[in-house]
Every structure is written in structure tokens, then in C-alpha cells.
Design a binder for this molecule. Structure first.
Ligand code: FPP
Length: 266
């Protein structure tokens, strides 16, 4: 029995090695966005309350962030709490806020050890004072880190962010600083929550659901979508590697023809 479980671990380790070795390090995505879905179902499958799934989702967050940073990915954005999530039962919202406070506070050292900067997008004003306080502290303490930016999307939705950008642009028009005819896509991008955040090359959604659920709507116009059947608490480093490998086998045409892309490469 001991021999079997040992050899299983060994072959699992070799599989992991092989998977990571097939990633082309020269064509890594700069930005990976993730919809972490399936926590509730993961808990329910175990006869537990939904919040048990959220707690177990934290380990998947750690693994994913670590794997992305180790590979050399520069940005990851995690959809941690949507605008629509405020409509969940109060106990679940309270538990999620509490979990955010504990997790953010508890991860500062690991973020610093791994040279990862914590940042946020979303309607932060709506978060509880305690979450805001922990966030500000964690962002301040990790501000000097340069290996990777880990963005949490909190009280976030793509439509909210676009609306927010429209309001800022409209205010500039009202002040006479901007002619509506002069508004460009770049200007709109510059009014998003984090203008320096490049569009994600990959958007991963777990739990076998095929939707983008109001996440980074402006930024994902040409993003490659990857749907994993895994429930978020089961998501591990190898699952991230798999998504990256899949992405690296795709032809990204951005509206051009396949021949144009191949000729460019040559
Ligand atoms: C969606 O699963 C998940 C959430 C709404 C919360 C995500 C939060 C975490 C992973 C924990 C904390 C994260 C950080 C970054 C500190 P769901 O509840 O919709 O699952 P279901 O579709 O199975 O119901």
C-alpha cells in the first residue's frame, strides 16, 4: 500500500514536470484573468455550507498565484466578488467579507516573500470598512513588489467599470476639456480602473459553466476563453499550466486571416 501510494505520487510529480516543460516560456501570456466558480457546489457535494467552499478556495488562489509568478506571468486578475454577489443571502456575503479580511491580512507575508504586488479593481467604496482597511494596508505593504501584480476584482462588474469610465469621460466633455468627436478607444481604456493593466490573453472559468458573467467586458474583446470542468477549490498549478498550453496552441487572428498571421511570423 505504502509502495503504491509512493509510486503514484512519483508519477504524478513526473506528469507535473512534463506539463510545465511543454510551456513555451517565450510566449507566456502577460495577463491571465480567472473566474473562480464552483465553491458553493464543491461544499454542497460534501454536505457542507457554501462558505466551506469559499474557505477551501483560498488554497486554489495561493497555488494559482504562486504558479503564475513562478512562470513569469506579470498580471493575474481574480474575480473574487461581483457587483451581483451583493444579492446573495446576507450570511454568505458577511462570511465572504470576513474571509477576505482574514485572507488578505494573512497573505501579506507570502505576497512579499514572493515579490507580488496586491491591487484591486471594483467599486471599493461599497466594501465593508474592515475589508477596505485590510486592503489598503496590504496594498501599501506590497506596493514595492515587482514580480507580478495580483489584482482582486471586488464589488466589480464589467458594466459597472465601463459606466464608471463613461462618467469620467463625460465629465471631461462637460468641463470643455474634451470634444466628443475626439474620444478614442485608448481614452476609454485610460479611464478604466487600472489603465496600466493590459488586456488578458486568457480568461479561465472553472466549474464547467460557459459564461463570462460581466467580468472585464471591455478588456476581453480578443481574449482566449478557457473553460475548466474543475470546481474552483480543486484548481491546482497543473490546471493553470493546462490552460496556458492550450492557449499556446491557438491561432490568435484579431480579425485577420490565417494567411496574414502565418506570413507575419515568417
Ligand atoms: C464563486 O463560486 C466564488 C465566489 C463568489 C467567491 C470567490 C472567493 C474565494 C475563492 C475565496 C477568497 C478569495 C480571495 C482572493 C481572498 P460560487 O459560490 O458561485 O459557486 P457555485 O457556482 O458552485 O454556487
Amino acid at each position: 500500500m505504502a509502495v503504491n501510494s509512493k509510486s503514484l505520487n512519483l508519477s504524478e510529480m513526473m506528469e507535473k514536470e512534463n506539463l510545465i516543460d511543454t510551456i513555451d516560456k517565450c510566449r507566456l501570456p502577460k495577463h491571465i484573468a480567472i473566474i473562480m466558480d464552483g465553491n458553493g457546489r464543491w461544499a454542497q457535494q460534501r454536505g457542507e455550507q457554501r462558505v466551506f467552499g469559499h474557505h477551501n478556495g483560498v488554497q486554489a488562489v495561493r497555488e494559482t498565484a504562486e504558479a503564475a509568478a513562478e512562470l513569469g506571468v506579470k498580471f493575474i486578475t481574480l474575480y473574487a466578488f461581483s457587483t451581483e454577489n451583493w444579492n446573495r443571502p446576507k450570511e454568505e456575503v458577511d462570511a465572504l467579507m470576513q474571509l477576505l479580511v482574514i485572507t488578505i491580512n494573512g497573505e501579506i507575508k507570502t505576497l512579499n516573500d514572493n515579490n507580488i504586488r496586491l491591487r484591486v479593481i471594483g467599486n471599493v467604496q461599497d466594501l465593508t470598512p474592515q475589508v477596505k482597511k485590510e486592503l489598503e494596508e496590504a496594498m501599501e505593504k506590497t506596493a514595492g513588489n515587482t514580480r507580478m501584480d495580483l489584482f482582486l476584482a471586488l464589488s466589480y462588474s464589467g458594466r459597472w467599470e465601463i459606466l464608471d469610465a463613461i462618467k469620467k469621460v463625460a465629465a471631461e466633455v462637460k468641463e470643455g476639456k474634451l470634444d466628443p468627436e475626439q474620444i478614442t478607444e485608448k481614452m476609454v481604456s485610460d479611464h478604466m480602473n487600472a489603465p496600466d493593466l493590459p488586456d488578458p490573453e486568457i480568461l479561465i472559468r472553472t466549474s464547467g459553466e460557459y459564461r463570462t458573467s460581466n467580468f472585464l467586458m471591455w478588456q476581453t474583446a480578443y481574449t482566449e476563453l478557457f473553460f475548466s470542468p474543475k470546481l474552483w477549490p480543486d484548481f491546482r498549478k497543473e490546471d493553470l499550466y493546462e490552460a496556458i498550453i492550450d492557449f499556446q496552441h491557438r491561432e490568435r487572428r484579431f480579425g485577420k486571416t490565417s494567411e496574414q498571421i502565418i506570413n507575419c511570423k515568417g
